[in-house]
Every structure is written in C-alpha cells, then in structure tokens.
Design a protein around this ligand. Structure first.
Ligand SMILES: [Zn+2]
Length: 366
C-alpha cells in the first residue's frame, strides 16, 4: 500500500481491515479516546513486542510494518512463525498521528514518560509489556534530516541504539543481545546502505522507554528511520527499514552471533551536520547592513494543512561560509538575483521571499 508521510489512524484502519480478526484487538484508548490496536502473529515461544508511531509524525516504521506483516504471514516464513510470537502496536499515539505531532494530545512526549506514566498511552505500553513479558522489544521511530552517520559521513538513512541500562552504561546481558542484533542488521544492510547507518548516543535516560525496558532486563532496540537524500516521503527509507526487520528476524531464526563490542562501536555515531538546502548568491540586509552573495542554510518545517504535509523552508543561518552541509545545493535563479532579504538581528526568519526562492526547486507537498 503506497503511503505518503502523513499516516493518520484512518490510513492505519485501511491496513488493519485486511488483518484476520483473530489477530487484532483494541488494547486501549488515547487521550482523545481513539482506539489503540495490537496485532498478534506467530505461534512461537520467543516473544517480541514492537510499537511504532509513539511519536505521531514518525510514520516510516509503520509503513514498513505494512510490508513486513504480510511477509511474516506468508507461507514461506513457517519457520519464523513457529519460532516467534509478535505483539505489534502499529500506532501507539493515534492522536499525535492524526495531528502529525511528536507529542500526544496532552502535548506530552510519550518517550519521556516511562517512569511517570502520566498518559494513557504510556501506561498502556507498560501494561502490555508486563502482560507479554517479551524476550525482545523494538522501539520504532523516525529521525530528522539533520544527522550524518559519523562526522563528515553521509546522511544517516537508518540509525539504531542499544539503550543503556544504567548511568554507567554497563554492557548488561540485555544490552549485549541488542548490540549483537544491531551489528547483524548493519552487516546485512552494508551493501544497500554503505556507511549510511548511524548509532545514537547512549546517555542513560530512564524516562525513555527503551532505557527503562533495558533496565528491566529486556533487550530493546531503537530503530530510527532516517533520510535518504531527495526522499522526503520516505518511501525509499521504508524499504531499508523493511530489510532491517527481515535481517533481524533472519538472525532470530538462524542464530544470533556474538560480536565484539568493538563491532557495535564501529557503527558511526550520529552527528548533527545537515540542513535540507543551501542557496548561494543571496543578498541580505541585516540591521541595515547589506551583505552580498551569501550562502543561506534552509531547513524544511513539516506542517499539516488539509490532510497534506507541506515542507516549508525556514532559514537556519547565512554567511560567506557555513559550518553545515546540505542535502541539496542551489544557486539563486537569475530572475531573483535582485531580491534582497531584509531582517533584524538574531531572528530566524521564514518569509514569502524565502518561500519564493525555494519554491522554484523544493517547495513540494505530499
Ligand atoms: Zn521518535
């Protein structure tokens, strides 16, 4: 099912109607009383709990579930079905998914609510975790376009983390298991994503669900669907995420190798280095001082309007030289070269002129 970036509950419902009634059930409700569904597939003793769209605007890992679930249910995967039972919550935050926000309807980041459990969605996940006592958890997310896979590296098209279990970041048995699975996935994906897989910082934060579950002794893997240059709908990333899911399950069936910690640490750590666009030959007047032929760094802000995501260009910085790299470079078109952008110091701007400049190349909608 082709699907663009916006994946609200009614799009999920279209997918769920093809799932056998015995395999799905409503497990709870959101702040705004939207239902939260869980799919249970497989019959094996090895149990895996996976949840996606805990952040409502991170839909790529959910789209990849639309591909993964039919693959798992295919008769070719009998071995896998016999070995594993999967508990899949495809959209933990339906209110945020409806609004295209990270937070839920109470404006709470559910991935910082693992201890306080102030929200019905967070309490639900904890209850399901306690009821299913999983052998492995997959915490499915999407990341912004700003990350490079290592300093100076390409765009981080996927990222992983084996979260810490304590402040000392000890390599506990649960963490080691998650690290081994991550290294296995990275090796499987090395050909399709050379050097483009990153590793997240492992500073311990027990308010994050992954850290909390790892602390409780359950191997947990954070998946982050990242940016493939040009692929703002993340349909390409969706394929890489699907292949990562398959690579993970291949290991669970055929055996997880015990890699060295060094292999995990060799996955480059994410580094914030990218903006979406750099435009050169821009003239600006800042506080009355004119500067010609500047480079301008632009980041797109995703905004939901009438069920459509628009990518609005916003200026991040400008200068003779910039300390960021861009996914795309362009020169100011000749017909706009007399345009002068005027603004006051210290204020990031987003205005019609920038929209006009960007619209020539990149102002697109889904
Ligand atoms: Zn997230």
């Amino acid at each position: 099912m082709a699907c663009k970036r916006y994946l609200p509950p009614n799009r999920l419902a279209e997918f769920l109607k093809d799932i056998h009634p015995d395999s799905k059930k409503t497990i709870g409700f959101s702040v705004e009383n939207r239902s939260i569904e869980m799919i249970t597939i497989g019959t094996g003793s090895y149990t895996i709990l996976m949840w996606s769209q805990m952040h409502g605007n991170e839909s790529t890992t959910t789209k990849a579930l639309f591909d993964f679930i039919p693959w798992f249910l295919d008769s070719d995967q009998e071995l896998l079905q016999a070995k594993c039972t999967l508990y899949i919550i495809p959209q933990l935050n339906p209110d945020g998914s409806h609004r295209y926000t990270r937070q839920n309807a109470s404006n709470v980041d559910l991935n910082r609510d693992a201890i306080a459990l102030t929200q019905p969605e967070s309490s639900l996940l904890r209850r399901i975790y306690e009821e299913t006592t999983p052998d492995l958890c997959l915490n499915l997310h999407g990341q912004r376009t700003i990350y490079a896979a290592g300093k100076g590296g390409p765009s981080a098209s996927l990222s992983f983390l084996a979260p810490a279990a304590n402040r000392e970041r000890t390599i506990t048995p649960a963490r080691k298991k998650a690290m081994n699975l991550i290294v296995g996935m990275c090796k499987s994906l090395a050909e399709e994503l050379p050097d483009a897989i990153g590793r997240y910082d492992d500073t311990f934060n027990p308010n994050c669900v992954g850290d909390s579950f790892t602390q409780s002794g359950t191997p947990t893997i954070l998946f982050e669907a990242g940016h493939v240059p040009g692929d703002y709908q993340r349909e390409q990333t969706r394929i890489h995420i699907l292949n990562a899911y398959k690579a993970l399950f291949y290991q669970l069936v055929h055996g997880v190798l015990d890699y060295d910690l060094e292999d995990y640490l060799n996955v480059p750590q994410n580094s914030i280095e990218f903006v979406d666009l750099i435009i050169s030959d821009v003239n600006v007047i800042e506080d009355g001082i004119e500067k010609r032929n500047q480079k301008m760094a632009i980041q797109f802000r995703e905004t939901l309007e009438n069920d459509t995501i628009y990518f609005y260009p916003e200026m991040v910085s400008y200068g003779d030289t910039l300390d960021v790299r861009a996914h795309q470079y362009t020169k100011l078109p000749t017909n706009l070269q007399s345009t002068v952008l005027e603004f006051k110091s210290g204020k990031l701007i987003q205005n019609e002129e920038i929209n006009k400049i960007c619209s020539l190349k990149t102002h697109f909608k889904q």
